[in-house]
Design a protein around this ligand. Structure first.
Ligand code: HSE
Length: 407
């Protein structure tokens, strides 16, 4: 029998306990040993649960119990998760976490401790919820040099944008629905301002390119500035707006990485990823494009990935898994002057002047949607280098300019 402790009985932690208890026999068959939940760490009490006796409020009970071989961290945030995980790994316990903030900020250091102690530090659930993505990327696609990884990495924002696109729903109502369904982070700013997606693209990029990329190095823009008008204009151009995290290996070996609301062509598969679903596209030099799709948030989908990691740890208690990257003093991040089409929305008090400057710069050929009453004009540029296009757009006689990238 292998004893496990779960730290945190929130959405994910309670899902892990539920699967471990409900699917005990199925899991034992897979591992060839019973997995027993010995402790659950939480400051709250859950007297209504039939496993209420497993609860403890004292982390040291878990740390000092040599019978506990695997610890699940499902508390979220950096403190006290970082301290607890470090102590568990240092004392020779394997750790499984769904905490993307922890992995994105402290991954290299924790991986190093795990390697030194010959234990596992696994975090499949930290990206894409229930979607198997990290292990397939490093194992099934191992023969490939990864050149790009991108995708829809946040269920809450995808849910909100989808509600805006399909139901014309306003932002706040859609966010409230996502929170009620348990998709959003404790502080939804992490979702809507793009930080959650940023942490996930950092983990994917660190794994794909072998060096730790930190959230602060990533240009991150959330969806709070996206309006129903943007959604309508994008639709008229046959695009949908999605929050996309993207990391691309440049020819000089550096990595261009960002998170931003992006127009995705309706002809591309990712435009059809709706609701809380996530999708991650991986480009390999031999395999070309592979897309992973599934539920990116929610109790049981996320817990399913955590439990699979627990099972993997249980089967390889003595073996170190090769899910790792190194820290680096020198940044490998570089902003690319990307050749792309841009979505541009302009507002001006003097609409005639705006129209005149637009025609002078871009000619008559480009399809623009004009809303004279609102003094607004929106268009999609031709594919060109971002710097050149941005310069042209800045010369237009507009009071307000909004620019979004396309995928
Ligand atoms: N808040 C996250 C999301 C949860 O909406 O995707 C899963 O990481």
């Amino acid at each position: 029998m292998i004893n496990v402790a779960i730290m945190g009985h929130g959405v994910v932690g309670s899902g892990v306990a539920e699967i471990l208890i409900r699917s005990k026999e199925h899991i034992a068959k897979g591992v060839k040993e019973d997995i027993n939940v010995k402790y659950i760490l939480d400051l709250r009490s859950f007297d209504e649960l039939d496993y209420k006796d497993k609860f403890t409020t004292d982390f040291n009970t878990i740390l000092n119990d040599d019978e506990v071989k695997i610890v699940v961290e499902a508390m979220g945030g950096i403190n006290p998760a970082y301290d607890f995980v470090k102590k568990c790994l240092s004392s020779g316990k394997s750790v499984v976490t769904s905490n993307k903030e922890l992995v994105a900020e402290k991954g290299a250091e924790l991986i190093k401790i795990a390697n030194e102690k010959n234990v596992n530090f696994l975090f499949e659930a930290s990206v894409g919820g229930g979607i198997p993505i990290l292990r397939p990327m490093v194992q099934c696609l191992a023969a490939n040099k990864i050149t790009e990884v991108k995708g829809i990495l946040n269920g809450t924002t995808n849910y909100i944008l989808n509600k805006m696109i399909m139901d014309n729903m306003d932002f706040d109502t859609a966010l409230k629905l996502a929170q009620d369904n348990g998709y959003a982070e404790k502080n939804p700013a992490a979702d809507i301002e793009g930080h959650d997606a940023c942490r996930k693209i950092c983990i994917l990029a660190s794994l794909a390119f072998g060096k730790h990329i930190y959230p602060k190095q990533v240009e991150t823009v959330g969806i709070t500035d996206i309006t129903l008008a943007d959604i309508d204009y994008a639709n008229a151009f046959n695009y949908v707006i999605k929050l996309i995290g993207k990391a691309k290996l440049l020819e000089n070996g550096k990595v261009s990485i960002n998170v931003r609301p992006t127009l995705v062509s309706r002809d591309y598969l990712l435009s059809d990823v709706n609701g809380v679903f996530n999708a991650v596209s991986v480009m390999g030099d031999s395999v070309d494009e592979v897309i992973f799709y599934g539920r990116g948030a929610g109790k049981l989908p996320t817990a399913s990935a955590v439990v699979a990691d627990i099972m993997d740890c249980a089967k390889h208690l003595e073996t170190r898994k090769y899910l790792s990257w190194e820290d680096t003093d020198e940044s490998i991040v570089e902003k690319e002057d990307e050749e792309t089409k841009l979505y541009v929305r302009l507002t001006a008090k003097d609409f005639s002047l705006l129209e005149e400057s637009f025609i002078k710069t871009f000619g008559n050929d480009i399809f623009a949607i004009k809303n004279k009453e609102k003094g607004e004009l929106a268009f999609l540029t031709q594919k060109d280098f971002e710097s050149k296009l941005t310069h042209k757009i800045n010369t237009l006689k507009a009071d307000k300019i909004k620019i979004l990238h396309t995928l």
